[in-house]
Design a protein around this ligand. Sequence first.
Ligand code: A3P
Length: 285
Amino acid sequence: MALRKRLKIPRAPRPVRRLPQALIIGVRKCGTRALLEMLYLHPMVQKASGEVHFFDRDENYALGLEWYRSKMPLSFKGQITIEKSPSYFVTPEVPERVRAMNSSVRLLLIVREPVTRAISDYTQLRSRATPSAPALFSPGHPLPDAAKPFEHLAITPDGAINVAYRPIAISLYHAYLHRWLEVFPREQILVVNGDQLIEDPVPQLRRIEKFLGLEHKIGRKNFYFNETKGFYCLRNDTTDKCLRETKGRKHPRVDPAVVTKLRKFFVQHNQRFYDLVGEDLGWPE
Ligand code: A3P
């Protein structure tokens, strides 16, 4: 008999990889990375480091749950594992696949005022399409879409809103949320206000701790405002950390008439979203 057993020494708990009990499902450019990093300040939270894209990419989903588990961090019993892949929100197959894994998984949906989100999305797409690919910019070549002004992409030549333009389409939150609500009860989805997470993260994090059944641990001591970055940065006992420069980019100036037109267009769509979530997020009209 092993000495440990004979002396009745309890085994030290060993961390193992667990499937996530909570997912940040989107929406892209609404603060999904900030939210994950902020939650990771909690001692009972472990996070998958990259976006795993298990549920939205067929080639990954085909590898099965054991593959997904292998992408998860080690965690101790009682800790919550969280993964975020923002494209989960907009991919039709995902809600059903998530339910097949765990019908009581907790879902976090972070949203932001839709026109600002669309401009943020455009800013990211444009930054990926710029000068590193000089051939795209040589004379005689038409400008790639991402390099065109936002106004030309969001509004069609006849003055209509271009709902086929991805950054606009993704901001139509109700069009995707209704699919999730066909599969999960409303109480299983927490809507996080991304604009408020930027302004003052602590109250949003309190709501999330409660939703996840965690003790309140994340507080003002965990944040400091970085004037240069213009955003809150994170702090724990050992480190201070700001998000990378790809988070919190400067947005290009957009013609205010276009912003107003888009805000008007979104009024009825926002109302449909408020009706689905049972809450008015107060986005400007
Ligand atoms: P912008 O770069 O347009 O400002 P995501 O991680 O989903 O791609 O979201 C990126 C957005 O997170 C950023 O969009 C930024 O506004 C927001 N954000 C929220 N809190 C932040 C923080 N503390 N630091 C940096 N960005 C933050």
